[in-house]
Design a protein around this ligand. Structure first.
Ligand code: ZN
Length: 366
């Protein structure tokens, strides 16, 4: 086996607590092997296309992509020696697939998709949301596979696969944006560490901290890029024309964003606004949908932009119902109060650092 020097840089950077899972080490015979291989290939292709000179003016460094063998929902991006690195925890891939499989294998969730009469309720449907796949595995028989929570109806399964793909594309483009938009370089300039992870972890050399509001701005900017790209990908053809059933595709995307972010955690606590390095996930899905409304108006006209509210509200209702059915409750009463304050605080802070961020970005246009 030829040693991969970039893999060694990656291994060293993520620290001894974590192990990379390179493509060569993914055994197709393990339960989730084929799925991980597919996701690996897709992530590489997404990064490759987003680095294309026509899009990025050839400015973005080479980027390596690796999985990290860990059941938590997490991902990271950093730069080292003139290269970019993106790591995605296997847990993020499996949790996302598991979430949409459990939703579509429940006969009362999105009952009009495919043949919901083929589905049966199982004990895994009441396992709730978690951002650690081990929590879900612990509550299942040892021989249980991801396959065992998948929808029986092939159309419902295919639909769940589409939603999971939107969510995982979003994650990869989010990490890509941390490199593209100069976030890693910016963090390095301030703290001496070019490392950005999606959950605080001392292992990632993030003990040298950055101002929490600055960190939140960086996360929101990476979300904006990922929302932009995934919305276009799912709703338009390669000539940026709206696909057939544009409205339904907009709803799929909104449904996915809300479900995906809720999986990362609930709650929005205003008293933590100046302390938490990450915006609450419920706030981030709200931000992504707000951005998508403007993109929808660009694609399909101002009239559709106004109609977007209906699709967004319907998707919110459907996603809430879906999450309620698998977790018994999904309420965030503090969300609106949080949003009305936080959006102003974060955008004011954004203005103060925007020009410094842009100086270190490889590409500043969208
Ligand atoms: Zn991030």
């Amino acid at each position: 086996m030829i040693a991969d020097p970039n893999l060694e840089v990656f291994r060293k950077s993520i620290g001894p607590q974590y192990s990379p899972l390179p493509l060569s080490a993914i055994n197709a015979n393990r339960n989730d092997g084929m799925l991980l291989i597919q996701e690996y290939v897709r992530a590489k292709a997404s990064i490759h296309s987003a680095r294309q000179p026509a899009i990025s003016e050839g400015k973005i460094p080479d980027i390596d992509f690796y999985f990290i063998e860990n059941t938590k929902a997490n991902a990271c991006a950093f730069e080292m020696g003139g290269r970019g690195y993106i790591g995605v925890f296997t847990g993020a891939v499996l949790l996302t697939r598991d979430l949409f499989y459990r939703m579509l294998s429940h006969p009362e969730i999105l009952p009009r998709v495919g043949d919901s009469g083929a589905e049966r309720v199982g004990p895994y449907h009441s396992q709730g949301l978690s951002n650690d796949y081990q929590d879900l595995l612990d509550g299942r028989p040892p021989e249980f596979k991801l396959e065992d929570v998948a929808p029986r109806d092939p159309n419902r399964r295919a639909y769940a696969d589409v939603l999971a793909r939107i969510a995982l594309d979003f994650l990869v483009y989010h990490e890509f944006a941390h490199i593209r938009n100069g976030h890693c370089r910016y963090r390095n300039a301030i703290t001496g560490t070019p490392f950005i992870a999606e959950h605080v972890s001392n292992a990632f050399g993030q003990s040298s901290s950055i101002d929490p509001l600055t960190s939140q701005v960086i996360e929101m900017e990476a979300d904006s890029f990922a929302a932009h790209v995934t919305f276009w990908l799912h709703t338009t053809d390669s000539y940026a024309r709206p696909l057939d059933y544009f409205g339904a595709r907009v709803s799929d995307w909104c449904f996915t964003m809300m479900s995906f972010f809720w999986m990362w955690g609930w709650g929005a606590n205003l008293s933590r606004l100046f302390q938490d390095p990450y915006p609450p996930p419920v706030f981030r899905s709200h931000g992504a949908l707000t951005l998508a409304r403007d993109i929808a108006a660009d694609i399909a006209g101002a009239e559709f932009g106004a109609k977007f509210q209906e699709f967004g509200n319907l998707a919110l209702k459907l996603a809430r119902d879906a999450v309620k059915k698998i977790s018994g409750g999904a309420e965030d009463p503090a969300m609106l109060a949080f949003y009305s304050v936080a959006k102003n605080v974060i955008s004011a802070h954004w203005k103060t650092i925007d020009s410094d961020l842009k100086k270190l970005a490889y590409v500043t246009n969208l």
